[in-house]
Design a protein around this ligand. Structure first.
Ligand SMILES: Cc1cc2nc3c(=O)[nH]c(=O)nc-3n(C[C@H](O)[C@H](O)[C@H](O)COP(=O)(O)OP(=O)(O)OC[C@H]3O[C@@H](n4cnc5c(N)ncnc54)[C@H](O)[C@@H]3O)c2cc1C
Ligand SMILES: NC(=O)c1ccc[n+]([C@@H]2O[C@H](COP(=O)([O-])OP(=O)(O)OC[C@H]3O[C@@H](n4cnc5c(N)ncnc54)[C@H](O)[C@@H]3O)[C@@H](O)[C@H]2O)c1
Length: 470
């Protein structure tokens, strides 16, 4: 049985753990799926490559209100799809080849599961024989997968998940999406912009229900102008549509009324669960929590010695920037076992790349209230700034929650154009502990850029006595 200094399971963020400083280590990289993991192949990157053309396709509507008549002559789905995967697939295969050819790395393209404390069984696959390996250290970086709810009839009909929907041969005429979170919000924008009749079935009263309530309410309202949004609605069963292909969902709304929704295609977007359960961890001493996540401490150590974990398999955030950060921490801690560092999860931001965009960091207003914090709230409309006038904006805003005592930000919640970029100075302020007033007044803000909406929101928070007004 071959023995390694290090074994990394999962080639997404796990791939970046392997460093030149480990050139004299023998390393096993184990990957059961497409090299590069979720973000590159079926996640962040292809979705955003779809969102950009979707933004273009949706622009005639906004342009019309500003006196510019544009017509959307058409959407060439195969061209959009092939541009995206023509770019991504070679990155995945190039990354795979580069990794496979490193002299100190053995790439096992097989599913791994533990059969002993530090012993992994690699299942036979495509002519590769079943193999066992051992290693001194392991990194569990094997991600998460879509949750498929047990709706009656779902196993009898064809359906898509985010893993498959981006490679469709052609656009459907209609699409029903079950779920009201990130994936539903982003794909609803993409497909609706491309002319598909989209229905979202969400069981919560609002879409993006974990966002600040005001943001989630506004998002639900605005997406509802372009998409048939059914909130507080539960799926009762799923059948094939009577005529031809497609599906029929029987749903029940908040009043208990049953109705049916028919569509060419069904997209299930009801969350992702960690892949910890695929590793047979019972033999290792690695603890898994009630939600199926590998338990890690601040240094990304599991409860078993010399086994680290990172990313979706252990993180409640399920975000690529978090997985990347944790991979840097694990790499450092593998190389410097006597000087361990901790992950910084104080201010984890996220963005939803829909239309409108949503971005958020820190506490919502409701969380600040629940925690009994002495807080102030400022809400600034994009439309109150010069760039907002230029865009004719009537719908979007920046909402800040500030700590009255320290003058620092507790949370920031943006809904509107470029929210994912506009939020960055606010993440920076929170991470470095800069008071809101200092962020606003301690630097120039370019006039009349869109970022003035952030400056004005900061200035709308109460400033500590004696703050500079200059
Ligand atoms: C549609 C979609 C859009 C997203 N958009 C964003 C976004 O815009 N921004 C953002 O921050 N995040 C986004 N995410 C989330 C982000 O993709 C994930 O948080 C991130 O990719 C997780 O990285 P990871 O390294 O933990 O796991 P992965 O990248 O999933 O890597 C895990 C790898 O392990 C392999 N594996 C699993 N089990 C085994 C096993 N037993 N043996 C061998 N190999 C195994 C898998 O095949 C996979 O390749 C999105 C996710 C999805 C699904
Ligand atoms: N822009 C981004 O950063 C981005 C984009 C896409 C995905 N992601 C990551 O991927 C993860 C998965 O995305 P997602 O949208 O699937 O999950 P999500 O957790 O954002 O949303 C899941 C939705 O499904 C609903 N749901 C769950 N079980 C259900 C059931 N049985 N019946 C009906 N509805 C049900 C929930 O109420 C929720 O609205 C996200 O949590 C996020 O971390 C991130």
């Amino acid at each position: 049985m071959r023995h390694f200094d290090l074994c990394v399971i999962g080639s997404g963020s796990g791939n970046s753990v392997i460093d030149d400083a480990m050139d004299d280590w023998s390393v096993a990289m184990v990957e059961a799926g497409t090299f590069g993991g979720t973000c590159l192949n079926v996640g962040c990157i292809p979705t955003k490559m779809y969102v950009y053309p979707a933004d273009l396709a949706a622009s005639p509507h906004q342009a019309r209100e500003l006196g510019v008549d544009l017509d959307l002559a058409g959407v060439r789905w195969p061209d959009i799809r092939d541009r995206i995967f023509g770019r991504i697939d070679p990155i995945s295969s190039g990354g795979r080849d580069w990794r496979a050819n490193r002299p100190n790395v053995s790439l096992y393209e097989q599913r791994g599961r533990f059969v002993g404390d530090h012993e992994l069984l690699l299942e036979a696959r495509d002519g590769r024989p079943e193999t066992r390996i051992t290693a001194d250290r392991f990194v569990l970086a094997n991600g998460s997968r879509p949750v498929i709810p047990p709706f009656p009839g779902l196993d009898q009909v064809p359906y898509e998940t985010s893993d498959t929907v981006m490679r469709l041969p052609e656009l459907p005429r209609s699409l029903v999406i079950v779920g009201g979170g990130y994936i539903a919000a982003e794909f609803a924008h993409v497909f609706a912009s491309f002319g598909v009749a989209v229905t979202i079935v969400g069981r919560s009263p609002r879409l993006l229900s974990r966002e600040d309530e005001q943001v989630s309410e506004r998002f639900t309202e605005l997406l509802g102008h372009r998409v048939d949004v059914r909130t507080s609605t539960e799926v009762q069963r799923v059948d094939r549509r009577a005529a031809g292909d497609g599906v029929r969902l029987t749903v029940r709304d908040g009043q208990g009324t049953e109705s049916t929704i028919e569509a060419d295609l069904l997209l299930v977007a009801t969350g992702r669960k960690p892949n910890a359960d695929t590793l047979d961890l019972a033999t290792t001493g690695v603890e898994v929590d009630d939600e199926g996540r590998v338990v890690v401490d601040a240094q990304q150590r599991t409860t078993a010695s010399n086994i680290f974990a990172l990313g979706d398999v252990s993180s409640p955030h399920q975000l690529k920037h978090v997985a990347n950060h944790e991979a840097r921490v694990v790499k450092h801690n593998l190389l410097h076992p006597d000087a361990l560092v901790a992950s910084d999860h104080r201010y984890v931001p996220h963005a939803v790349f829909s239309d409108p965009q949503v971005a958020s960091v820190g506490l919502t207003q409701a969380q600040a209230e629940e925690q009994g914090l002495d807080h102030a709230v400022a809400v600034q409309d994009y439309g109150s700034t010069a760039y907002g006038w230029a865009m004719g904006d009537k719908d979007h805003f920046v909402k800040l929650v500030g700590d009255r005592r320290t003058g620092r930000l507790l949370g920031a919640h943006l809904i509107g154009p470029q929210a994912s970029s506009l939020i960055q100075p606010l993440i920076q302020a929170m991470s470095f502990g800069t008071p809101a007033h200092e962020v606003a007044r301690g630097q120039y803000w370019i006039h009349p850029a869109m970022a003035e909406v952030v400056e004005n929101a900061l200035l709308a928070l109460p400033s500590p006595a004696g703050s500079s007004e200059v």
